[in-house]
Each structure stands twice: as structure tokens, then as C-alpha cells.
Design a protein around this ligand. Structure first.
Ligand code: PLP
Length: 455
């Protein structure tokens, strides 16, 4: 069965973020079903999904309520659009629910089919906003190196993933990037290893100030960032970072876009990651955990400042997607939010599971090849190092992170590697004993990685 699927897959299927040729040669692992925090493959192995799919299966696998919400809606009205002054009950209810959960200054939402489309929408909205304010030249958007905002042309241009930018052709113009607040990767190496995390956070915010002055504040529309940078390596900024960034944006009257595609819906122990850091973003792109990944849906939560201008002064906004507010996706998202709320999952991440993971995860910091173990809510990272005393990395040619990831997978745990940073973001329904299992599987993979790299 496995070989047959692999051969047929290799013959026709071009996978996202995959070396097509290498995959066709090696074959993929075939995932057949899931239950709770576990997935199962075609060889009969059970694997703890330490990444919640792609950071999205917040409620975990096998939730009947979401299947029933989808089925009921597909029977009632499988599709209608929300273009040209039409609507339908699932879109109405979901918009209402999202605005009730969002911070009070956010009372509107624009629906999309994905996080990438949400960020394309963000770019169009911020430019439209300033144009309506009579300032069309204020159209530059500043993002961050190593940020991830999706794979469409606008999404990848807003993001700062060098390999994506480097694959041919120009990015969307009018987008600049500043350094990321990645203390382990950059800050501790600054100024002869002397910079404290807090000083580094300030320095990164100062880099934003510098970039704004370089471009001219009158030309800068918005700053976009993930509250915690996810795909870039689960990078929690130093505490000094966000307050300093907020002050810079206020000084120059620049909009803040907090990309909540990963951080939203409980991942960091709040409904939105922005709330953890005390941010009041003008725009918040959302997706993934919005439906716990059961059906594709995204959107942009729009704060009153921008919403009022678009509504009162904008006329028709020539923008939208066939599947904006898709009825079945909206019905599933609504049910998902109701379940997250009714089961107290967001609070449990903040008060119980997050602190529990933090304690267990920190125990991995003792491992000989771990330079740092950090976590916030149910997101964690390990930094692999060749020399614990100096924090020196493994030689790149060893691809230590990928080795560790593959060893994890074969021993029954999905972890992601970004370079030599190992990441976890399990479903939010994970239990304490499953966190114990996750940490033990990770430790086992670290042992095996160390054994292979140092023999
Ligand atoms: N924004 C962030 C922060 C993400 O992590 C992602 C996906 O990983 C996206 C946007 C893009 O979302 P999608 O893959 O649904 O287009």
C-alpha cells in the first residue's frame, strides 16, 4: 500500500515546500488518519503530532462536532458567495463571534480562504487606507527578516525568507525588512557576545526607527510582524521589544499589523498573541487555528481606525475571493471557536499546559547538544549546538536539525526543524501525560542525534 501510494504520488503530485526530485526518489510518508494528538501512517505507526499539522490543529484530530457542523452546513447551503451585497448565516455568525473575542477596538472582519490571502488583503487595505487619507505616497510596508506571511507573491514579499525571495523575479515593490528579534541566533553574538536580551530587544526596535527614517516616515504605511515569529524558528522576542516597537510606530503614525495566523486562537495562552504582549494592532490576519485546520478559512480582523475609513470614505473595495466566508468553512470555524471557549482551552494553555510544558521543556536545556530551550504557551524551540560551553553551532554540512527531525519522526514524534532550531507546537488539547511523552521522545531523538554527530 505504502509503495503504491508513493509511486502514484511521485508521478503526479508536486508538493509544497519540497524538492520535487528528491521526493520522487525517496517517497513520502503516507498519513492515513488521526485521533486526538496522534496521526497514523500507512505502515501502522502512531506518531505524536508535535506540530499540530502546520500549527493549525488546535482542537486535535477526530472532533465529531466539527464534522457535524460541516455536514449540516453542506446539506443546508454548500456554497454561496458574500460578494455584491449577499450574505448567509454562517458568515454573519462567525463575524459576530470573532469580533466578540477580539479586543474591543476590533469590530470588523474580512474573510479569505487562507493566511496568505489574508496578508494580500492586508497589503491592499493599508495602501487603500492611506490613499483614502490623501496620502498615497505613504505605501511602504516594513516586515522582518525571516518573518513568514505566506506564499502568494504579496505574502512572500512581506515575509523575509531569503530562500523564497531568491527563487527568481522581483518581489512586490514597496516592501522593506528589518532584523528579527532573535536573541539566540543573533543578539548573543552581537558586540562581542556582550548584548543582553533586553538591550538586544531595544536595538531591534531601534532598527525599525532607522528604517523608517531611511524611507521617510511620510512614506511608510505599516509594520507587519508575528507576535512570536513561528516558521522563522519560534522566536519569542525579548520583553523590551514590543513596548519599544509600539513607541516607534506611535511616534511616526504607522499602522501595526500583527500576523496572528499562528499565534491566534490559544497558541500562546490568549485568544490572540497580541494580547500576551499588550499590543493593539490595527489589523490582524488570521487563519489556521480559526478552524483548527478542519476546513480552509482565513481573514483579516480590522481595527476601527482602518475600518471606519474604508467604510465611510472608501466606496467599493475591489477585492475579494470566491471563498471569502465560505458557508461550510465558516460554520466549522464558528463551532471550533465555540468549543475552544466552552472547554476553556485558551485559559488551560495559559494557566496549566503552558507552564507545565515550560517546566518539562526546560529540562531539555541540560542536554549536551541543546544551547537553549524556550517556550511560550504551547510553542517551544530547542537550539542545537555542537559546543554547549560556547554555544557554537554544528557545521552546516551536517544538517543537524534535519537529522534530529527525521530521527524524531521515525521514533514517533513530529518536530519541525528550521536550520538547527527544533520546534514544537502541539494541538492545544494535549494532556499532561502526552506532554511528558513528547518531551521524552524529543530527548531520545536528541540522544540519537548527538550519538550520530559526535561518533
Ligand atoms: N502567516 C503566518 C504567520 C503563517 O505562519 C502562515 C503559514 O504558515 C501564513 C501567514 C500563510 O498561511 P496559509 O498557508 O494559510 O496561506
Amino acid at each position: 500500500l505504502t509503495h503504491e501510494y508513493q509511486a502514484r504520488d511521485g508521478a503526479h503530485h508536486l508538493h509544497p515546500f519540497t524538492d520535487f526530485k528528491a521526493l520522487a526518489d525517496q517517497g513520502s510518508r503516507v498519513i492515513t488518519h488521526g485521533e486526538g494528538v496522534y496521526i497514523h501512517d500507512s505502515e501502522g505507526y502512531r506518531i505524536l503530532d508535535g506540530m499540530a499539522g502546520l500549527w493549525c490543529m488546535n482542537l486535535g484530530y477526530g472532533r465529531r462536532e466539527l464534522v457535524e457542523a460541516a455536514t449540516a452546513q453542506l446539506e443546508q447551503l454548500p456554497y454561496y458567495n458574500t460578494f455584491f451585497k449577499t450574505t448567509h448565516p454562517p458568515a454573519v455568525r462567525l463575524a459576530e463571534k470573532l469580533c466578540a473575542l477580539a479586543p474591543p477596538h476590533i469590530q470588523h472582519v474580512f474573510f479569505t480562504g487562507s493566511g496568505s490571502e489574508a496578508n494580500d488583503t492586508v497589503l491592499r487595505m493599508v495602501r487603500r487606507y492611506w490613499a483614502l487619507k490623501g496620502r498615497p505616497e505613504k505605501h511602504w510596508v516594513i516586515g522582518r527578516e525571516n518573518g513568514y506571511h505566506g506564499s502568494t507573491l504579496a505574502g512572500m514579499s512581506l515575509g523575509g525568507m531569503a530562500p523564497m525571495h531568491g527563487q527568481g523575479g522581483p518581489c512586490v515593490p514597496g516592501i522593506a525588512h528589518i532584523r528579527q528579534p532573535y536573541w539566540f541566533g543573533e543578539g548573543r553574538l552581537d558586540e562581542a557576545h556582550g548584548m543582553s536580551p533586553e538591550a538586544f530587544g531595544q536595538a531591534c526596535a531601534a532598527a525599525l526607527d532607522d528604517k523608517i527614517r531611511e524611507l521617510g516616515a511620510e512614506n511608510v504605511a505599516a509594520f507587519i510582524a508575528e507576535p512570536v515569529q513561528g516558521a522563522g524558528g519560534a522566536i519569542m522576542p525579548p520583553e523590551s521589544y514590543w513596548p519599544a516597537v509600539k513607541a516607534v510606530l506611535a511616534k511616526y503614525d504607522i499602522l501595526l499589523v500583527a500576523d496572528e495566523v499562528i499565534c491566534g486562537f490559544g497558541r500562546l495562552g490568549e485568544w490572540f498573541g497580541s494580547q500576551h504582549y499588550g499590543l493593539e494592532p490595527d489589523l490582524m490576519p488570521i487563519a489556521k487555528g480559526l478552524s483548527s485546520g478542519y476546513l480552509p478559512i482565513g481573514g483579516v480582523l480590522v481595527g476601527e481606525r482602518v475600518a471606519e475609513t474604508l467604510i465611510e470614505e472608501g466606496g467599493e473595495f475591489f477585492h475579494g475571493f470566491t471563498y471569502s466566508g465560505h458557508p461550510a468553512c465558516a460554520a466549522v470555524a464558528l463551532r471550533n471557536l465555540e468549543l475552544l471557549e466552552a472547554e476553556g482551552i485558551v485559559d488551560r494553555v495559559r494557566d496549566d499546559l503552558g507552564p507545565y510544558l515550560a517546566e518539562r521543556w526546560a529540562s531539555l536545556a541540560d542536554h549536551p547538544i541543546v544551547g537553549e530551550a524556550r517556550s511560550l504557551g504551547l510553542m517551544g524551540a530547542l537550539e542545537l549546538v555542537a559546543d554547549k560551553a560556547t554555544g557554537q553551532r554544528f557545521d552546516k554540512s551536517l544538517a543537524a536539525g534535519n537529522l534530529c527531525r527525521d530521527l524524531c519522526f521515525t521514533s514517533g514524534l513530529v518536530m519541525r526543524s528550521v536550520g538547527d532550531t527544533m520546534i514544537i507546537a502541539p494541538p492545544l488539547v494535549i494532556r499532561r501525560e502526552e506532554i511528558d511523552e513528547l518531551v521524552e521522545l524529543a530527548r531520545h531523538a536528541l540522544d540519537e542525534t548527538a550519538r550520530r554527530l559526535t561518533r
